[in-house]
Design a protein around this ligand. Structure first.
Ligand code: GTP
Ligand code: MN
Ligand code: MN
Length: 376
């Protein structure tokens, strides 16, 4: 099949969703370098250049061998002259001068710092950079208007910079399940995002929530949030309501979503009973900040109606590049619009229901890929 190991690079298909990309591969030095160039291009507002670097990076991630010479990339899709120059320099010198210069540049460093704050995107970071912001203290000192999300991002910056381990993600899962099950005992909760793709660490923990009966989901997220809040687990949250108005052919996503920061008590590592909750509840936020027996973790909760579940699961499992490529493939090759809500056939003008991720791949005429193989 087309997703078997590629002995001959000319067999490598052009869309990332047609290839298996596991977490580990043999050319990390080179892909790390290209990822820096992709990020730098996006910081400069060059989306097309950023995308081009992302595509070449992704192709190299699925190569089953370590690159030895430029001959190896001669026939690879998306591997243009710029990418080849980077590869050649790294093969010859171990580093690429352009990448080193980018890493050393004030703009790249500041943009990377600012965009790493929860609630700060490229647009805001760029504006701040142009206004002279270079460090986090520049943000704290200036009487700059920050959103509630950004204030929370700054307050918990150190914790949120640390990777979330799988073990921590599983504690959060236990907590989220408890919160939801206290209202709907047979609710279905699935950990999505990077952890579902087999990553051992993440920048957050993502959950998808569903139930066969749509009524069971009404108001559930709000109730679970109140439950978490009343027990002192929520450091920050904001809810994006479900948007009813998304059109069938749109690729926009409108699931009810909670973006949150949860506090995970350290003593939970040793003690699974609920007494710790009482202690936590009685600390106010500033005490929590100084006591350090807890840690802040970013958590995303997404609610999907059962009928859209397979699409939401596929859409929230990632990787981001895999999702982007899957949508591009759907549109360009199959004349279909894919979103986390469904798949719309633009020629037959109809929605295609799917009871599993496998069925979605089948609608698209693609060989099924397990989450582990979606690390494009
Ligand atoms: P880390 O969290 O960094 O470990 O990686 P991740 O792959 O889990 O990234 P992230 O949590 O940012 O996103 C998980 C998946 O959800 C990705 O595939 C994204 O494309 C998708 N995603 C993130 N935000 C949104 C959103 O607002 N809407 C939709 N539909 N998908 C999103
Ligand atoms: Mn994630
Ligand atoms: Mn997320």
């Amino acid at each position: 099949g087309s997703t078997e190991s590629f002995d001959n690079v000319t067999q490598i298909p052009s869309y990332a969703c047609q290839r298996r990309t596991s977490l580990l591969h043999q050319n990390k030095e080179i892909t790390d370098a290209l990822e820096i160039l992709a990020l730098s291009a996006s910081f400069q507002g060059s989306e097309a250049r950023s995308l081009a670097f992302a595509r070449s990076t992704s192709v190299l991630k699925c190569l089953p061998f370590k690159l030895q010479s430029l001959q190896d990339v001669k026939d690879l899709p998306w591997c243009g002259n710029h990418c080849k120059r980077v590869i050649q320099e790294i093969l010859e010198d171990g580093v690429c001068m352009e990448v080193e210069l980018v890493k050393d540049s004030e703009q790249y460093q500041s943009m990377k710092l600012l965009t790493s704050i929860f609630g700060v995107g490229v647009h805001t970071a760029k504006k701040w950079y142009q206004e002279g912001v270079r460090s986090l203290s520049d943000l704290n000192n200036n009487k700059r208007k920050l959103t509630a999300e950004q204030r929370a991002g700054l307050l918990h910056y150190k914790d949120l910079q640390q990777h979330v381990t799988r073990e921590e993600a599983e504690w959060v899962e236990h907590l989220v399940v408890r919160a939801l099950q206290s209202y709907v005992p047979d609710v279905q909760v699935t950990m999505t995002g990077g952890f579902r793709r087999g990553k051992e660490v993440g920048h957050d923990v993502d959950f998808l929530i569903t139930h066969p009966k749509e009524e069971a989901l009404n108001g559930l997220l709000k109730k679970a949030i109140s439950w978490l809040e009343s027990k002192g687990y929520l450091l920050y949250h904001h809810v994006k309501a479900r948007s009813q108005s998304f059109s069938k052919s749109s690729t926009m996503d409108g699931h009810e979503t909670c973006y949150s920061i949860v506090s995970l008590p350290n003593y939970y590592k040793h003690n699974w009973d609920c007494e710790a909750e009482e202690t936590l509840k009685n600390l106010d936020n500033s005490e929590k900040e100084t006591s350090h027996n807890w840690r802040a973790i970013r958590v995303d909760l997404v609610v999907a109606p059962y009928s859209e579940y397979s699409y939401a699961l596929l859409g929230w499992t990632g990787s981001k590049h895999f999702e982007r490529e899957l949508r591009r493939y759907s549109f360009e090759v199959k004349k279909m619009s894919l979103s986390s809500h469904g798949l719309f056939d633009n020629e037959k003008k109809c929605l295609l229901p799917a009871a599993s991720e496998e069925e979605v791949f089948a609608h698209l005429g693609l060989p099924f890929l397990l989450p582990f193989d979606r690390n494009a």
